[in-house]
Write a protein that binds this ligand. Sequence first.
Ligand SMILES: C[S@@+](CC[C@H](N)C(=O)[O-])C[C@H]1O[C@@H](n2cnc3c(N)ncnc32)[C@H](O)[C@@H]1O
Length: 233
Amino acid sequence: MRMRNLPWAEPFLAEQSAVIKDPATYKGKWKKTLERSCLHVEIGTGKGDYWIQMGQQYTDLGWIGIERNKNVAALAMKKFIQQCPDADHMLFINQDAESLSSWFDEAEIDVIHLNFSDPWPKKRAHKKRLSNKKFIQQYAYVLHPEGEIQMKTDNASLFEYSLLEFQKEGWILHDVSVDFRREEHPEDAISEYETRFMNLGQPIYRAVWKKATSTPLINEEHQEKKLPSIDRK
Ligand SMILES: C[S@@+](CC[C@H](N)C(=O)[O-])C[C@H]1O[C@@H](n2cnc3c(N)ncnc32)[C@H](O)[C@@H]1O
């Protein structure tokens, strides 16, 4: 959906101290700046509902929101000022996440959230998807070895594509659901788009990936219960 132009957006964003204008100067310093030892980043916040709710729920963590569209970013910041006037653990970047690895140092981020990312259905536009290998390779650099990507979407083809892209890049699928909201998940906020799709009765797909360097999901305890290998005669 095209967002209408808000003439006040740019000057408004320019005067907000929570909007980081030159994120590269914070590289390696985000946790120190926020005085938090764990850093979560949401890419494509839209109007900020998820970033704000999670920031309110988990004040002991650092929360960075990234949104490239200045109009929606301005609406997110307006909400943020109203709802979190004293938050010192949340910052915002109004730029394209394609420069992610120049803003964050190696292993600096603990969790990256991708909520209802644009599906870019045409094949020639797949490179713009936030689960395209171009982005995944940057996630591999900025994520902590034990860190994770949490993705939610309503879009089955984007979900399939993402499962395959992460697999091709050697990531480990740690959790997957094709109807995440079938059960209550008070630990995870419902984003604006998620509300829309839930109201339409659509299932929410969710996946969590970790880097191949992370601790394997199958530990010794699980291995004991592993099915015997098929004896091929
Ligand atoms: C469909 S909206 C979803 C908004 C929100 N996450 C939600 O679940 O309600 C996707 C948002 O991601 C933003 N976006 C897409 N690609 C981006 C990129 N490369 N960098 C930053 N933001 C991006 C778009 O501008 C848009 O606002």
